[in-house]
Design a protein around this ligand. Structure first.
Ligand code: TPP
Ligand code: MG
Length: 655
């Protein structure tokens, strides 16, 4: 007997309900509801090769409704990926199982993105689709020609980020992006109409998308709708009308199946309803073979692609791009040498633009952009022409006022590979992008956030625009490197560190206001250790001044006043607190000796957390309140960031 698609889909349903029951936690409703759609996707549309999960020209599949993770684990296993094994699935949601509660990109090849925070998967998929079109424009159809598929739920479409993401995708005409919407009209609290009455199809259509509907349990109809989506030049929303928990006779169609195990009784009833006789975690041979045959189909497309790559004149560059190594030493050496001669006084946002000159010239994989603050963030160079619908070969993206959408799209680009994204906004609005910054860090993605106007030094825009707590709160995110360089030389160094770091994101915190040069030598990348003595006490050291960014030059003024009074003061520049804390004890003790010297931190932001550096007896010069609207210099002085106001506090503290 030949296996039909319903039986194949039922294998997903059975694995989902059994794994969730064994874990006594998880979300069976979505995988059971979308099993039929997933079966059609894998049978007739998705380009993939389980033997080579990282094949660069594979289609990308993002399970934006990440709570339905068992859908992903089941299909990866059934189609023949080396992992997850059935044992992994048995251990769903248990410590050390790669089958985590929500899909994690670093746990399993084939999981293209970490999802779960609703809406972000779809928004990352937009970035993947941008990267695909860009690389297609650069390398041609022979090497880059794939689609991005998304499974999204009602929640993904309700979240605010959906507006940003689809606006960007519609504007850029990302026709290879296809979103399969699990239109089951159920969320956790109950029916969607408890909270929502919008016409989603009309909203997508108004945003430049193609919309098609289908019965998500009718295989022919699903296939028809997907084929229509593929044929349409616009990005497509495929509204798949489904029943949540399809197959569970007493619970399907209700929010009860969203996020709880079905229970033994209902599982038995579901087995009967579906005609599924196998024991838990057993898939009948014929059904497994049918799935494995789908998995095997990709091998020929993959090997044809491999042949095209082997014969391509672009092979070396394509491979370099895919590997993702960036060694910026040569590209930056002449520029840095000149800096040491010119010692330009400039805002660090401006010196960031200067550093981006040689970097964007040397590295075509750099794709820049800004959330409508290009002239303020200084993220565009003459080497990055705009990327738009008419020319995807461009390297600069006008993201519009979509900080969260930009950050999520950059995550998608980094996940896709072949490009290295950087994007700017005001540091204050990093809060708008924060959930995606967190996912850059969690996923270990090289994304560079250019966050300018990094303190009250920005001035007249006032407290709504002046970061106070942002800098420290960004430092709290694990695996996010926050750099706050003090001058053009440190900016160049920090850019190099950010780009050479392959396994995580970086923030460059940059000033609006001009800053004097403090560094004069470029011999070695002193920022690499996070902090270093930028000036040594002239007389017996009593104080170490530790400052970041715009406050480093101020610290040198304070040091001069102290020295004039016979008090020796080192100045330590700390472009990256986290990097410094990661150095060995010998280095840390050398920079911050544990000999009773008074440690003074100077940073125009919250003092929260600075005692980690200064110890409990330290002195903290910072800002633990909101700023005000006035010229930046006036504010700095008003809030105590002047040598005349700081020096007496230090003398008082020394007693
Ligand atoms: C940003 C975010 N908010 C809240 C949640 C918690 N949550 C997980 S699933 C869900 C309901 C989603 O509804 P839907 O997308 O329709 O999924 P379905 O119930 O149909 O499976 C919620 C609120 C989350 N994961 N992410
Ligand atoms: Mg739903």
């Amino acid at each position: 007997m030949t296996v039909n698609q319903r039986q194949m889909a039922n294998a997903i349903r059975a694995l989902a309900m059994d794994a969730i029951q064994a874990a006594n936690s998880g979300h069976p409703g979505m995988p059971m509801g979308m099993a039929d759609v997933a079966t059609v996707l894998y049978s007739d549309f998705l380009k993939f090769d389980p033997a080579d999960p990282k094949w660069p020209d594979r289609d990308r599949f993002v399970l934006s409704a990440g709570h339905g993770s068992m859908l992903a684990y089941a299909t990866l296993h059934l189609t023949g990926y080396a992992r997850p094994t059935m044992d992994n699935i048995r251990n769903f949601r248990q410590l050390h199982s790669p089958c985590a509660g929500h899909p994690e990109n670093f746990e399993l090849e084939g999981v293209e993105a970490t999802t779960g925070p609703l809406g972000q998967g779809l928004a990352m998929a937009v970035g993947m689709a941008i990267a695909e079109r860009h690389l297609n424009a650069v390398f041609g159809d022979d090497l880059v020609d794939h689609k991005t598929w998304v499974v999204a739920g009602d929640g993904c479409l309700m979240e605010g980020i959906n507006h940003e993401a689809i606006g960007l995708a519609g504007h850029l005409g990302l026709g290879r992006l296809n979103v399969l919407w699990d239109d089951n009209r159920i969320t956790i609290d109950g029916a969607v109409d408890l909270s929502s009455s919008e016409d989603i199809a009309a909203r997508y259509a108004a945003t430049g998308w193609h919309v098609v509907k289908c019965d998500g349990h009718d295989f022919d109809d699903i296939k028809r709708a997907m084929a229509e989506a593929v044929a349409d030049p616009r990005p497509s929303l495929i509204a798949c009308h489904t029943i949540i928990g399809y197959g569970a006779p007493n619970k399907q169609g209700s929010s009860k199946v969203h996020g709880s195990p079905l229970g033994d009784e209902e599982i038995a009833a579901t087995r009967q309803q579906l005609g599924w006789d196998s024991a838990p975690f057993e898939v009948p041979d014929d059904i497994l073979s049918a799935w494995r045959a789908l998995g095997a189909k990709g091998a020929s497309a993959k090997s044809e692609w491999q042949d095209r790559l082997s014969n391509s004149s672009k092979k070396t560059e394509f491979t370099r791009r895919t590997t993702g190594d960036v060694d910026s030493t040569a590209a930056m050496s002449a520029y840095k040498a000149q800096l040491a001669v010119d010692l330009p006084k400039a805002a660090t946002r401006k010196s960031s633009e200067m550093a981006l000159g040689p970097l964007t010239e040397a590295f075509p994989e750099l794709l820049g952009g800004s959330a409508d603050l290009t002239g303020s963030n200084n993220t565009k160079t003459s080497f990055t022409k705009p990327l738009n619908k008419d020319d995807y070969s461009g390297r600069y993206i006008y993201y519009g006022i979509r900080e969260f959408g930009m950050a999520a799209a950059m995550n998608g680009m980094a996940l896709h590979g072949g490009v290295v994204p950087f994007g700017g906004t005001f540091m204050i609005f990093s809060d708008y992008a924060r959930p995606a910054i967190r996912l850059s860090a969690l996923q270990g993605l090289r994304v560079v956030y250019v966050l300018t106007h990094d303190s009250i030094g920005q001035g007249e825009d006032g407290p709504t625009h002046q970061p106070v707590e942002q800098l420290q709160s960004l430092r709290m995110i694990p695996n996010l490197e926050v750099f706050r360089p003090c001058d053009a030389i440190e900016v160049a160094e920090c850019w190099q560190l950010a780009l050479e770091r392959k396994d995580g994101p970086s923030v460059l915190a940059l000033s609006r206001q001009d800053l004097a040069m403090v560094r004069t030598s470029v011999d070695s990348n002193l920022s690499a250790k996070g902090a270093y003595r930028i000036q040594t006490a002239g007389t017996a050291r009593k104080v170490v001044l530790i400052a970041t960014g715009s406050e480093v030059a101020l610290a040198t003024e304070v040091a001069a006043q102290l020295e004039a009074k016979g008090i020796g003061a080192d100045v330590v520049s700390m472009p990256s607190m986290t990097r410094f804390l990661a150095q060995d004890a010998a280095y840390r003790n050398d920079v911050l000796p544990d000999d009773g010297t008074l440690r003074v931190s100077i940073e125009a932001g919250t003092t929260f957390g600075w005692s980690d550096i200064t110890g409990s007896n330290g002195l903290h010069i910072g800002l633990d309140r909101f700023g005000a609207s006035a010229p930046g210099k006036v504010l700095m002085d008003h809030f105590g960031f002047s040598a005349d106001k700081i020096t007496p506090q230090i003398i008082a503290k020394l007693g």
